[in-house]
Design a protein around this ligand. Structure first.
Ligand code: GRF
Length: 217
């Protein structure tokens, strides 16, 4: 069974989606540790509620923060690291140690709207389609090879909040599915592209009619 370590800075609804997918056996994985750079992060509580080791790792000195996270992840024999609302940029040192085994979710259709408040950026810019992306992490923020994307409509009366909510529902789908594809060995990184090897699909099982999913979902 795939052992997952989750990095999260906030409320942790994406973490919850992963935990739920594991508990419902939608994916053959378990979250074994949750790490946060924020001691108030509700993600830590969620982890503990499910009997998962959950630690605040002080971010005061970046090198020490990352060294400690790396240590804990190895102690927990983690096979996949998932950034689920982890709000820091990881150094090349950390990325190198986990490359190909570390993924992230971003609430925009990359490469549009990198960085913070992607949903607000989308509203400001006036795009008509928004969405979310899972990708392997590399040394640049919101940049590595893309695994899955899901698009949602932006409505005329949308606010940043209503759009963020619609995107979040899709995040909660493509993140567990991306983990599932990883666990099944179906992701091949070829330069910037991720080839998804043939197999089952979740489109018929766990999809919303108003979300458009990329190949592989
Ligand atoms: C999500 O929108 C995630 O994509 C972004 O931050 C938000 C975290 O939400 N990077 P949560 O903590 O998973 O609820």
């Amino acid at each position: 069974m795939l052992r997952i370590g989750v990095l999260a800075s906030g409320r942790g609804t994406n973490l919850q989606a992963i935990i739920d997918a594991c508990e419902k056996k939608m994916i053959n994985a378990e979250v074994v540790v949750v790490l946060s750079d924020n001691k108030e992060a509700y993600a830590l509580e969620r982890g503990k509620e499910h009997g998962i080791d959950a630690f605040f790792v002080t971010p005061l000195v970046k090198e020490e923060h990352e060294r400690r996270m790396d240590e804990i992840l190895r102690e927990h024999d983690v096979g996949l690291v998932v950034g689920a609302g982890y709000m820091r940029i990881l150094s090349p040192w950390f990325i190198e140690r986990w490359y190909g085994r570390i993924i992230n979710i971003h609430p925009a259709l990359l490469p549009s709207f990198k960085g913070i408040d992607a949903q607000g950026q989308a509203i400001e810019y006036g795009v008509k389609l928004a969405g979310c992306t899972t990708h392997f992490m590399d040394e640049k923020a919101d940049h590595g090879p893309i695994i899955l994307q899901a698009a949602v409509r932006v409505r005329d009366d949308d606010t940043r909040e209503s759009l963020a909510e619609r995107i979040l529902k899709a995040e909660h789908q493509i993140l567990p599915r991306s983990i599932d594809l990883f666990e099944k060995g179906r992701l091949r990184i070829e330069g910037r592209r991720v080839r998804i090897l043939p197999g089952d699909t979740w489109v018929d099982k766990y999809s919303y009619p108003d979300v458009f999913y990329s190949e592989g979902y």
